[in-house]
Write a protein that binds this ligand. Sequence first.
Ligand code: AMP
Length: 981
Amino acid sequence: MDFIWLLWILHVSSALEEILLDTTTATSEIGWTSYPSSGWDEVSVLDDKKQLIRTFEVCNINTPNQNNWLRTAFIYRRGAQRVHVRIKFSVRDCASMPNIVSSSCKETFTLYYYEANSDDATDSSPAWQEGPWQKVDTIAADESFSKVDSAGKILKINVKVRSFGPLSKQGFYLAFQDSGACMSLIAVQVFFHKCPAVIRNFASFPETYAGGESTSLVETLGACISNAEEDGSMVKLHCNGEGEWMVAVSQCMCRAGHEPVGDSVCKACTVGTFKISSGSQKCIHCPGHSRTTSVGSKKCDCQNGFYRTSSDSPDSPCTSPPSAPRDLSYEISGSSAVLKWRLPRDLGGREDILFNVICKVCAPEAGICARCSEGLQYEPRPIGLTETRVQVSGLLARVHYTFEIQAVNLVTELSQYSPASASINVSTSQSAPSAVPMMHQVSRTTTSITLSWPQPDQPNGLILDYELRYFDKAESEDNSFVLSSETNMATVKNLIPGKIYAFQVRARTSIGYGPYSGKMYFQTLLEGERTGTAQDRLPLIVGSALGGLAFVVFAVIIIIAIVFKSRRRETPYTDRLQRYIASRGMGVKYYIDPSTYEDPNEAIREFAKEIDVSCVNIEEVIGAGEFGEVCRGRLKLPNKREFTVAIKTLKSGYTDIQRRDFLSEASIMGQFDHPNVIHLEGVVTKSRPVMIVTEFMENGSLDSFLRQNEGQFSVIQLVGMLRGIASGMKYLAEMSYVHRDLAARNILVNSNLVCKVSDFGLSRFLEDEASNPTYTSALGGKIPIRWTAPEAIQYRKFTSASDVWSYGIVMWEVMSYGERPYWDMTNQDVINAIEQDYRLPPPPDCPSVLHLLMLDCWLKERGQRPKFEQIVNTLDKMIRNPAGLKSMGSPSNRPTLQLLSNSPPDFSTLTNVSDWLDAIKMGRYKENFSQAGMNTFELVSRMTLEDIQHIGVVLVGHQKKILNSIQLMRVHLNQLEPVEV
Ligand code: AMP
């Protein structure tokens, strides 16, 4: 009720009247029906303006009981619900009339209406009485309107409005009942109210008829004007009984990109301005570094090079990545460096600046840099630094580090450019190795103790040997003995039974000795005491330099080892473990074949870290491996930064053997730690699917990467890749690991073009056979013929030398951007061709030195092939001296093999050194020989290997070839027997 009252108070609009009947201007007969005929009369009179008008009069005041009815014509309702009748009339004042029966004189009349669907009233119907007729009101004259007419009579001119409704039929009649007045109906207007069509509050409302009651409020829904929208609820106005619109209860609002003008127009924002949401606000100018290109913009887009993060509000200014940190400097002390810098000049308009530290180790002469391996500690952290300093500890001696400080903010990753950074070179000086952290007893007798120890945390160079110092605890330290050991294990002999000895050890590099370890005490067995008890393995007293904590850790390790030992005393595993642990510390590591473990799970536990599956988030399948899908994903280890990894999965329904084979790759990979060998993060074996998680290599496998980027790299870049592969293989060969499937498809490439050896699925452990580890496959299996050395194909002689052969093929694949070795020749044709000394020709644009190196790798005699170490050195020289890479071999696009000429030359037909070199296909060294003055067979025949190296024959295969031929030359010149070289 209050609400409606309020609406009434607040009504605002001028109403419209629609006329249904109007006698005001009628001049001809109106023709309404009167009853009885002695009652109402239609007369023409002149009004006060002397205009002729039609009126109805009655004045039977002297006859009592008057009942005179005047009925209008049928009035169509035309949709009106409530009708208003404005009646202009005059009534003679009874008092002003003498001689009348005052009791029958009236000054009122009564208004009626009768609803009908058609104009079917007759003289007698509806009956002239209330009942069929609905009474509207008895209308009295108002004295205030009294006036005297021309005849001196006092008239009361009145205008009264009465209304009635609601109406429902097609139309109605009105009736005026006179009961004895002297009066005149001057004019009658019948009308209804309607609210006009309007635009109000950004909505348009149609014309609306007022309701049937005087208090009715007719609800009308509005439609939002163009570029406006509803504010959650429907927009309504109410039309009241007077035909007036009441204040809207809700409203439309100008949409985003449009601003209000008055309350009836939404105008598009001009170029350079925007409005972010709908509402009554105005368009505003674009914030910094943003713009619009069309009218009606809801937001401003960032200018090139400027960005908003997803958390920046769309009306905030656009920002850019920061410029580089300034004034980067460092202070070095011992094995730590403190790097400091100043904030970038341009923060990009943001406050959220962070810094990342990237460490590289560079070989300046070779121009090669690699990421620093793990082992450096950063205080507070390497990534996401908020402060402008970082302390890096654990630096190795004599290493050229390059530290790059990247400035980043939240929009850096949106930019296509790498973060701006400042770099500084930090070269550490030489320092001796750090102390050996602990020792433990491997075994003891009554007169000897065998100890082993790990490598110092910071070897700071290659450890040449260790010095073990020991003395009888009961005697003075001055009476100590020393013993040198090239490994991290030593047996001290000639001791006295049952005595306690103190031991200390220190490591030596080319710089000298590091500090001695803390003293540890071990006791020889008493005469008659049994060897190998659990107790034997505990050190007796821990020296002062080793804290209590180290002792606890050490004791726990030893106890675990004892438990192992007691459980598995007889298995070869313990020996292997021992050998592995022992070898770990001394820089000479052996690869251990996981298939020699009785329980393959033990190998997994030993070499691969178990990762909780909740740390792994698989994102996308990127390839298919032998055992299941290979995916890209993210690894988030506790307290570590999340990073991208590759995840190999084992498909469901696997057999035990498949699981073992699948995981054996992880057991192998987990033993390696080299920048050019794919790094194992760990395995998931305690949930399904079983997974192997490795570092992620963005560019996938090398063969397809090269094919996709044919011709895109410089020769130096390709040689850099080859150098990486050779370095990884050198490491594997040093670990006595024979890959057996070295091929470009098994090399992975990361985003920095670093190549890493992968795919250890086919690999097999090598027994250490003299210095040349050899593996003969007992199982057979498939062999990748095109990549495999002849001796490995023929009698399964897989060695690091056969890996070198495969490496030569990889070189050829790289230099030919992923061409298939031996093109479409059949495997049998390849085997035959190799047997007949045919070899792959240089790929197009391949520098001859590289092809010569390939040919060296493909020497039939495996002992003559270069070792990986030599290959690395040769490639390093090439990288240092790129001019040597300019000379190309004869261009060869044609798939034809080259015949190697190995048959000895006939010296009797040769006249000079130059011819001889041509005959042995070493013509490229003619200049080297002539510059060295080696112009005669006589002089040449006296040359040694050193002389040959000295005149610039770098490749080992060539040195050997020339030396072999010189021997024949000697035979020819002196008729001597050939001698062994
Ligand atoms: P594999 O089973 O090792 O031969 O892997 C099958 C395919 O998965 C390879 O050819 C690569 O394309 C891809 N892949 C394997 N390991 C990785 C990795 N660490 N990073 C990126 N892609 C990988």
